[in-house]
Design a protein around this ligand. Structure first.
Ligand code: C5P
Length: 305
């Protein structure tokens, strides 16, 4: 009998607003964030196997660094083990990840892979796990894995794992400029602490919800924000010039994605996004490091079996 195969996908996320409070006793920071899932999806394929294995491929040059953990430390293996443990089953799988989301780019690519692995393995093993249980397992794997399950546009609270969908009537076009070199999330949070940037309990600006409900890009542009941007720029001053370039070539706004180093530019629709992208190239940005994506996109889902 040939092994059963299930393919699932999940999207990259960006934070339209990332409000960060003072570090908690457990080392995490309280967040008030608005996530958006982008049309940039990793695919995770799982097949029945006697032991865990992970293979990674990427269609984008430079997306997959050589030091991506492929063994037991890979988040998809941890996801699989957590799902199996939740149901008390002893099962393993051979996993293949096709990466499109940049690794260590501040777009939660590893979390997307974990979320895709959860829905793929749930189907492969015929477990029928409830959404609440999947969300709980996802939260145990990482702060933004629960959002990767649901996708769309959603508020994230707690350490980011408490996810509530918000009204979003728009289709938002983004140009992303990737960096050849990743930035580790814990180091950006550490610099946030060192710079003493926490000013109290974080909250979502009401204007942001209004802009999402209205659907106009110029309205959204005025309400984007990221408390991790200054600490990340402190660690990577070279990104300041990249961020400044977007508005200079017609983008409505510039924003660091999560803890960086990916830089995001909001464009006024699809043609404007491609226009901004080509102007970035004429200003010296490497075309291999730019992409256009739109949001909101769907959460983790099974694509084929
Ligand atoms: O939850 P996750 O494993 O993705 O978080 C990675 C790291 O990012 C944590 O170990 C912590 O240093 C930092 N983090 C944080 N506060 C959050 C989320 C993440 O300090 N709300």
């Amino acid at each position: 009998m040939s092994a059963r195969v299930v393919r699932a996908s999940a999207s990259a996320k960006i934070n339209l607003h990332l409000g960060v409070g003072p570090v908690r006793p457990d080392g995490y920071h309280p967040l008030a964030t608005v996530y958006q899932a982008l049309s940039l999806r990793d695919v995770v394929e799982v097949r029945t196997a006697a032991a865990w294995s992970v293979q990674v491929g990427g269609e984008r040059a430079g997306v997959v660094p050589l030091d991506l953990p492929l063994g037991e430390d890979n988040l998809v293996v941890r996801a699989g083990r957590a799902l199996a443990a939740h149901h008390g089953v002893d099962a393993a799988a051979a996993v293949r990840i096709e990466k499109t989301i940049p690794v260590a780019g501040g777009m939660a690519g590893g979390s997307a892979d974990a979320a895709a692995a959860l829905v793929a393995l749930d189907r492969l093993w015929d477990l029928g796990t409830s959404s609440d249980d999947l969300a709980g397992i996802a939260a145990s794997l990482g702060s933004d894995v629960p959002f990767a399950l649901v996708g769309g546009t959603a508020v994230g609270e707690g350490r980011g794992e408490v996810v509530t969908p918000v009204v979003d009537v728009g289709t938002w076009w983004w140009v992303a400029v990737l960096s050849g070199k990743g930035l580790a999330t814990p180091s950006v949070y550490r610099r946030f602490d060192e710079l003493a940037r926490a000013v109290g309990t974080p909250s979502i600006p009401p204007g942001l919800r209004d802009a999402l409900a209205a659907g106009a890009a110029a309205g959204l542009a005025a309400h984007l924000g990221n408390d991790l941007q200054e600490p990340a720029l402190d660690l990577r001053p070279d990104l300041r010039d990249v961020l400044a370039l977007g508005p200079a070539v017609g983008a409505l706004a510039a924003l660091l994605s999560g803890s960086g180093p990916t830089c995001l530019f909001l464009a006024d629709g699809e043609p404007a996004a491609y226009d901004v992208r080509s102007r970035l190239h004429s200003h010296g940005i490497d075309p291999a490091l730019t992409l256009v994506a739109h949001g909101p996109d769907a959460g983790a889902r099974v694509e084929a079996e």
